[in-house]
Design a protein around this ligand. Structure first.
Ligand code: 15L
Length: 254
């Protein structure tokens, strides 16, 4: 289970009473009360259908969360998320999907965006997130499967890089965001920036109000720590997607 899964699992178990978590690998350590662990592959349709029976929501934070080869991303993110949507369709469940800011990583830093801004992925990882957002669009329009897509910025205990003054999502706000997405009365297909109430945010104009997400934390309160924070260099420093932009970058500047 990834770091964000470890943050969410006890909070969601405490709020909803019971939860099934799945992973390809065994999960070391004890799980909180109410949590049942099942070793399962997202791409195994039969296993997923069995586990999803009677579920109201599937919180999908699985797959690959960094840039990798096209083949790895295709299998882990696109095939895996297609299976999640098929499972949700059969079970009548809602999907909460962990998308990413790497869907728009090729915008300049400081440029203010809304959900209507055209996508500018900074790699195969960001591109897979766009595909899966559009899976959500398709499954709602065609099958009525509801989904809330969280374009997560930088979810960490505290900002550690100057860029995080714009992109930070605190752990308590992550929990608020996922709970809002689960509990929103009728989200249909919704897109929300996964950030805290950062004064320096670049991202606006989403469905946060519609799902009732009200972030509390603000990276601004960590501004005094900037001298100790890391700062991107070279091409990464110019773009919102940071180091993901710089990976395998070979464009000749004119
Ligand atoms: C992401 O999507 C990654 O999963 C995470 O590792 C961070 O790099 C984050 O974006 C970010 O952009 O800070």
């Amino acid at each position: 289970m990834g770091t964000l899964g470890r943050v969410l699992t006890p909070a969601l178990a405490a709020r909803y009473g019971s939860l099934i978590v799945t992973d390809l690998a065994d999960i070391p350590g004890d799980l909180p009360p109410g949590v049942r662990y099942e070793r399962a592959d997202l791409r195994d349709a039969a296993a997923m259908a069995r586990l999803a029976q009677g579920m109201d929501a599937i919180v999908h934070f699985g797959g690959i969360n960094v840039e990798k080869s096209f083949e790895t991303i295709l299998d882990g993110n696109i095939v895996g998320t297609h299976s999640v949507f098929e499972t949700a369709r059969a079970a009548g469940a809602r999907v909460i999907y962990a998308s990413s800011n790497h869907t728009i990583g090729f915008y300049w830093r400081g440029e203010h965006l809304t959900m209507a801004s055209p996508n500018r992925p900074d790699g195969f990882y960001g591109l897979s997130k766009i595909y899966c957002e559009m899976l959500g669009r398709l499954y709602f329009d065609k099958h009525g499967v509801e989904s809330v897509h969280l374009r997560i910025g930088s979810c960490l205990p505290r900002p550690t890089d100057a860029r995080h003054l714009a992109t930070w999502l605190s752990y308590p706000d992550l929990i608020r965001l996922v709970e809002s997405a689960i509990e929103a009365p009728a989200p249909g297909f919704a897109m929300v920036w996964g950030i805290s109430a950062n004064s320096d945010a670049w991202w606006h104009g989403d469905d946060a109000g519609r799902i009732g997400y009200r972030p509390v934390d603000n990276a601004e309160s960590h501004r005094g720590e900037i001298p100790e924070m890391t700062k991107d260099e070279g091409i990464a420093a110019h773009y919102q997607g940071s180091r993901f932009v710089a990976l395998d970058y070979s464009r000749k500047e004119r």
